[in-house]
Design a protein around this ligand. Structure first.
Ligand code: GLU
Length: 455
């Protein structure tokens, strides 16, 4: 099994392209084959080296490693021209110098007559010699079918009248996608072509070329499109679909791959897969034909689950590598320990852990109203008490209990307001851990500053 991912560097890696890459990669890994990366950069106007770099960075971040490549189509023009020349010599392709005006007129006439628009073969048998303004067209064999079998969609009956003498090389010297992709898939011994089903309509053209060249065809597998939650098509330009956006927010690549693998593939009703499980379980059987929907909430759920199941040390390492936590290692460990069971990404951890560094702003008046038993005198005793104990994650809650009982309070009458004093919210990780990572000085100072504002 040799699969490939062949992105055009005309934009960011988006969910759809990562899904194609992931499926191809998983097949190669599952069947112990090879995964090839090829950059299809023949569109001079839209291809940009920055995009190529982002694609390579994205693939590395996701851990979708390739065994060969990246090959660049822009470096393979000699090979494309060699194939074209041999096709011309064998009378399987021809130069065409039809003008734009002629082609436009032809198309308009065909539409007016209710016909399919297709090249009418004007130059097909003219043996036009090469000139700069010529395109090269394939000489379609009308007798031969251009149908194929798709591993997901089954037999695709297509007869040659559905396509035309399509262009292999443009007059500017650049090969067309349908031509270069066939030469490359053949040269690179690709056995399985996995790509989005928006390419289903291109495949008959590619089949016509394989047949003309007498080259063996790879197996095709066109995977369903991905819809957003509203049922619309995920667009390349839609910000949420840009993979780097997830990286910048500090999502784990494992979580993203887990969410993406479910877009058009399933294994029973299992939702959670680690990398090795995906490799072990993935194959064509679980693939589905109907469009897949990317559900943001489900992704967040997977992301939280993934964080929970990775150790603090590993998470800290990953976060630092991604440029989070520029302060001390100690701070990073505190944040990750406190929030790894609650946050979906590193950015969220950092936002929620702001209280570790900055005193929360409290409204003393509202606080007194909400917690009338916490008088200034009680807060002072609490501070005096804290001075005498050692704050540890394990014993803090019990220490609180002792203080509460001594002062005739229920534990929650002290724990709840203390949580607010220390973190500014009622939702925070375990109070013992919060107090421990803040340290005794900060804990006491925050209580004192509330007490002072009561006067
Ligand atoms: N460069 C094409 C794309 O990005 C590749 C399609 C294919 O896999 O054949 O859509």
């Amino acid at each position: 099994m040799r699969t490939r991912f062949a992105p055009s560097p005309t934009g960011f890696l988006h969910l759809g392209s990562v899904r194609t890459a992931l499926f191809s990669w998983l097949l190669a890994r599952h069947y112990k084959g090879q995964f090839i990366l090829r950059i299809e950069d023949t569109d001079q106007e839209r291809s940009k080296p920055e995009y190529t770099q982002l694609i390579l960075d994205g693939m590395k971040w996701l851990g979708l490693d390739w065994d060969e490549g990246p090959y660049y189509q822009s470096k393979r023009y000699d090979r494309y021209n060699e194939v074209i020349n041999s096709l011309i010599i064998e009378d399987k392709a021809y130069y065409c110098n039809c003008t734009k005006e002629r082609l436009t007129q032809m198309r308009e006439d065909q539409i007016a007559q209710g016909q399919n628009t297709r090249y009418d073969g004007h130059c097909r048998d003219k043996k036009i010699p090469f000139t700069q303004e010529c395109v090269v067209r394939l000489k379609l064999s009308l007798e031969s079918s251009v149908g194929f079998e798709d591993l997901l969609h089954g037999i695709q009956d297509r007869d040659a009248t559905m396509i035309d003498d399509w262009i292999l090389r443009r007059s500017d010297g650049h090969p067309t996608y349908n031509f270069a992709v066939v030469v490359d898939d053949y040269d690179m011994n690709i056995t399985h072509v996995v790509r989005g089903d928006d390419h289903l309509s291109n495949t008959p053209k590619q089949v016509s070329l394989y047949k003309l060249l007498n080259w063996p065809m790879p197996k095709f597998c066109h995977i369903p499109m991905i819809l957003d939650e509203e049922g619309g098509r995920l667009s390349k330009r839609s910000g949420s679909a840009n993979i780097l956006g997830y990286r910048e927010q500090g999502f784990l690549p494992e979580a993203l791959l887990n969410a993406i693998v479910r877009l058009g593939w399933s294994h029973g009703d299992q939702e959670l897969f680690n990398r090795q499980e995906m490799i072990d379980l993935f194959d064509f059987n679980g693939m589905q034909r109907s469009p897949a929907c990317f559900n943001q909430e489900k992704f967040y759920w997977i992301a939280r689950h993934t964080m929970q199941h990775i150790s603090v040390e590993t998470l800290v390492d990953k976060a630092i590598k991604e440029g989070f936590f520029k302060d001390t290692l100690q701070h990073a460990i505190a944040v990750v320990t406190l929030f790894k069971d609650r946050a979906k990404n590193f950015q969220e951890m950092i936002i929620q852990s702001d209280f570790l560094e900055h005193d929360p702003v409290l409204n003393a008046e509202a606080f007194i109203n909400d917690y009338p038993s916490l008088t200034s005198a009680l807060l002072q005793s609490f501070c005096d008490y804290l001075v005498t104990i050692e704050i540890s994650k394990e014993t803090f809650f019990n220490d609180l209990k002792i203080f509460a009982t001594t002062h005739g309070l229920k534990i929650k009458e002290i724990a709840l307001p203390l949580r607010i004093i220390l973190t500014g919210t009622t939702e925070s990780p375990d109070l013992g851990s919060v107090a421990y990572y803040l340290g005794k000085d900060k804990v006491i100072n925050r209580i004192k500053s509330l007490k002072n504002s009561m006067k």
